[in-house]
Design a protein around this ligand. Sequence first.
Ligand code: HEM
Length: 147
Amino acid sequence: MVLMQMGLIINESLRLYAPASAITRRVDREVRLGKLNLPANIDFFVPILALHHDPQIWGEDVHLFKPERFSEGVAKATNDNTAAFLPFGMGPRTCVGFSFAIIEAKIALTMILQRYSFTLSPAYVHSPVQILTTRPQYGVQVILHPL
Ligand code: HEM
């Protein structure tokens, strides 16, 4: 149960602050994609961060941190646009580290929470920046409270 809730929190963090802000695909031959006709030899840009912040997909509360939006799965959270949630990409070239990254995050969080509770330090300044990946410009200072 706790691990499942952790999954919701990790999903919501990856939605708001997707480490990879975009992916590209090379179009080899002319292809129809939904309503679009894509000509050959173009690079197709998939703006992950923009999709993750689109109120038409997520609702008016799109900018709020609400892990519970994932409680009934990605389809429900995205209003049946599952391809709008792409922290690890999609398709044959999806991230090979997907499961590893999620399990590692859950293990690390579990090891911390077994020993400490934590609060955000007043020194923290919220400033996500894009330096190859999305990251906190000034780090994330937390105050640990031993249990
Ligand atoms: C939170 C952590 C991570 C995020 C958000 C992430 C995200 C991504 C994304 C968006 C892609 C592009 C997928 C696509 O083009 O459809 C990708 C590809 C890839 N990732 Fe990750 N990744 C993460 C962790 C990892 C880890 C831990 C590893 C290795 C242990 C890894 C290895 C790879 C590799 C090798 C590819 C290229 C796959 C291919 O082109 O066939 N990633 N990742």
